[in-house]
Structures are given as C-alpha cells and as structure tokens.
Ligand binder design. Structure first.
Ligand code: HAM
Length: 425
C-alpha cells in the first residue's frame, strides 16, 4: 500500500512550466519599467518581527487582527510571515540609513506574501506582489508618477478592463478630526449597522465604507466625506496629483468612499480594479504613507507606493506566455547494445552535451533510456534544431528542420552544429 499523499496547503499553489514562463515575462517587464524610472530592486526577509506589522499595518486592520501567520521561534521571539511589503521596506530604509542618500530613494520588489484569508479565485494564502515604494519626497509629482507606473505596467501586461479609483485621506490631523465626525454619525445610526462595523466604531470607523451590509450601506450614503473636509494644503496636493494625471492622459474616477485595508495611508490613495476579475477585482493599489517611517523609529520621511497581485494580473490578461526555450542540440544514443560500448557512447554523448553548452548552445541529452525512434520523437517534441546520434567513434548529425544529415567524427560534432546554426542566422 502506498503512503498517504500530501497536498500543498489550502490557498497555496505550485508554479509550473508555462506559468513560470509567464511570470518571468511579467518580472522582466516590471523590471524594465521600474528600473527605467529609477527604482532599484530590494528583497527583504520572508519573516519579520511581529511588532513591525502590528505597528506598521495597524492593530485594528483585518490583516493584523485575523490574517497573520505568526509563530514563535526557538528563542521565544514572535515572528510573522510578511503579509505585505511596505512596512518591511520602510524598516530596511531606516535600518540602512537610506535617509542619508539623495532623495527620493525608490525601491521595487517582487516577492511572495502570506495572509490567512478565505481562499477563492484570485485570493490565496500565499500570493505574489510586485510593488514600488518611493521615499523622501512630498511632491505630488511622485504620487502621479507612481500611479502612472502601475498604470503603464498593467497596460503593457495586457490586463483587461482596468479602472482607476482615486481619493485623498488628508493628513493624519484632518483625518483625526474627520474620524470624530464620522464616529458621531455612526453612533447616531448604530442600530442600523452590521455587528462588525458597530463593534469597530471606536477602532476603525473608516472601514464602514467597505461594508456590503445593507443597513450599513444606507447609513454610509449620508455619512460625511473626508474629501470634503481636507485642509487647504492637502486639497491643493490632491488637486495637483489629479492635474498631473490629467496631463498624462490617465483616466480615473475620484471615489470618496475608497478605503484601503491598511492604516498607514495619508493623502493620496488609489486602487486599480479589473472588471475581467470576479469578486476579487482589486489588481493593485497603494498611496502615500507620510508618517510610517517615523512610526517605525526612523526620521520623519514621506513615502508613496503601491503593490499589485501577480496572480490577479495573470488572471485579468497577463503577458503572453513566453515561448519555450529553443533547444539547439539534442544528443541521443545509437543502438549499440548493453555491453561496454553503451557506457562509452553515453560518456561521449555527455561530453558532447557539456562541450556544446560551453560553446554557448542550449543542449540536452537522452537520459530516459528511449529507443532510437523514441529519442527522435522526443527531440521533435522539445523542438530541437539539431540531433546528434552518438555511436562508437562516429556520430550522425541530423538537421531537424532542413532534413540534412551527415556522419561525422564524434569530436567534431559541436563544431558542425555551431556552423550549421551560424548559417541559419
Ligand atoms: P493591498 O491592497 O493589501 O496593498 O495588496 C495589493 C494587491 O495585492 C491587491 O490589489 C491584490 O492584487 C493583491 N493581494 C492582496 N491580498 C491577496 C491575496 N490574499 N491573494 C491574492 N492577491 C492578493 C498592500 O499590500 C500595500 N502594501 C500596497 C502599498 C505599497 N501601499 C503603499 N505601498
């Protein structure tokens, strides 16, 4: 009896063959767009001190309350698999004294993240994000540039039916004043609210805008809007962001009810959705977080950035899967019987493969014990341009496209394949 099969944990998946090629194409595109705009790659650890997310993302958020994979290590430290990338990148900015570098410091990442969420299409427990963060500039041009970069990336990746929603949350002071007004409104209508929203009036009243609960939606229709209460400076900042987006021809919809699931935002917030996705329509989003670096123990430093889900990008269009890697030479074995000559032929074939690779060719050899016919069939399947059938002392080199074939001394095979490929170009 075979042992019980073990499956990948719920909400996780393996990335195989063509999917890996599609992701590689996505990564290459992100790299060229972001590095072209001055972003440098950063990779932070997969786990961090739990405190980083509790303080950074906010203890009243769903992420921190319910979705973190937290463990205690052998020394009793509380560690958490990163649920998002902004707090870790801020930590790295502070830890490496990046405030001393010329600002803005621009960093991008493509990494996997972990949230204990109800798994469904487009929502996993381990998922991948491409993200970009810019530190050290309050200029609204940074906001507009950042948003445009994500818009360009989604467009170049062929993500369908994209819409951009945009809002501003103001500074933390105007938000605090607004919070109190909103709380007053929610308390006055508490009986109509969902239990979840009602419980969080004190903790996180803004999340009420996110609720699909009928009574809550009705109460929120008459709720005061933060956008109407921005102070003059924040309102001007937001107007400039909008003007720059207009000039760049980026369509957007101002949506005063836009709420993001993380607490660190100030001023600009935005979200790209795709109507090609189902319920999980958020492809990517972000905003400004001018207080976060300071909150994590660094100097007062403004920040602006976004992250987009790789799985959702791929679901909503995604890049065409990159073509399979071309195989220049497939090294097969002639039928020589199972005696000592077989071992010699195999060693010669291995040498040809190594020599071909050293010469810069992509080469593979037969390793599954196929018959001659089986080997030719396999070479065809993987799209090999040349096939070398190695025998004792001599080798048959076959051009799989031109149909030419010649018998050569084994030592000259790689040379002949190289010559043949050169003639093709
Ligand atoms: P977020 O909105 O939580 O923002 O996530 C960004 C994107 O990650 C979402 O739009 C979605 O595409 C993807 N995503 C989130 N959760 C899942 C999941 N469970 N399964 C699949 N995809 C998912 C942030 O994470 C912020 N750190 C963005 C940011 C960067 N803000 C400023 N800088």
């Amino acid at each position: 009896m075979s042992a019980e099969q073990i499956k990948a944990p719920r909400g996780t998946h393996d990335i195989l063959g063509e999917q890996a090629a599609g992701r590689a194409a996505l990564e290459a595109k992100a790299c060229s767009i972001l590095e072209g705009a001055g972003y440098a790659r950063i990779e932070t650890p997969t786990f961090e001190a739990t405190e980083l997310f509790a303080r950074g993302v906010g203890s009243s958020t769903d992420i921190v309350r319910k979705e973190m994979y937290t463990l205690t290590d052998g020394s009793g430290r509380s560690l958490t698999l990163r649920p998002e990338g902004t707090a870790p990148v801020c930590r790295a900015y502070v830890e490496h004294g990046m405030h001393k570098l010329p600002q803005p410091v621009k960093l991008w990442y493509l990494s996997s993240f972990f949230r204990y969420e109800r798994a469904q299409k487009g929502r996993q427990r381990q998922f991948w994000q491409v993200g970009a963060e810019a530190f050290g500039s309050e200029d609204p041009a940074i906001d507009a540039e950042s948003i445009l970069l994500l818009g360009t990336l989604l467009e170049r990746l062929g993500v369908r039916d994209v819409r951009l929603r945009l809002s501003s949350l103001g500074s933390s002071e105007s938000r605090q004043r607004y919070r109190e007004r909103l709380q007053t409104h929610l308390r006055a209508n508490q009986a109509s609210l969902s239990a979840d929203v009602s419980e969080r009036i004190e903790l996180n009243p803004l999340r009420a805008f996110d609720s699909a609960h009928e009574g809550t939606v009705a109460v929120m229709r008459d709720a005061p809007r933060l956008l109407d209460e921005l102070d003059a400076e924040d309102a001007e900042h937001f107007a400039t962001v909008r003007e720059l987006l207009d000039r760049a021809g980026m369509a957007y919809e101002v949506d005063a009810t836009l709420v993001r699931g993380l607490d660190y935002y100030t001023r600009t917030v935005f979200e790209f959705t795709s109507d090609a996705l189902g319920a999980q329509s958020g492809v990517g989003g972000g905003g400004r977080y001018d207080g976060l670096v300071e909150q994590l123990g660094g100097p007062s430093t403004p920040g602006m950035g976004w992250a987009a889900g790789i799985e959702r990008i791929l679901l909503a269009g995604g890049p065409p899967a990159a073509g399979a890697q071309a195989v220049d030479l497939y090294v097969g074995l002639a039928d020589v019987g199972e005696d000592g000559s077989y071992a010699r032929v195999k060693a010669a074939a291995f040498e040809i493969m190594s020599e071909a690779r050293a010469a810069g060719l992509s080469a593979q050899m037969e390793m599954a014990g196929r018959s001659l016919k089986g080997q030719l069939g396999h070479a065809n399947r993987i799209g090999a341009r040349f096939v070398a059938i190695v025998g004792e002392g001599e080798t048959l080199l076959k051009d799989m496209q031109g149909g030419m074939q010649e018998t050569l001394e084994t030592a000259t095979v790689v040379h002949a394949a190289l010559r043949g490929l050169r003639e093709l170009t």
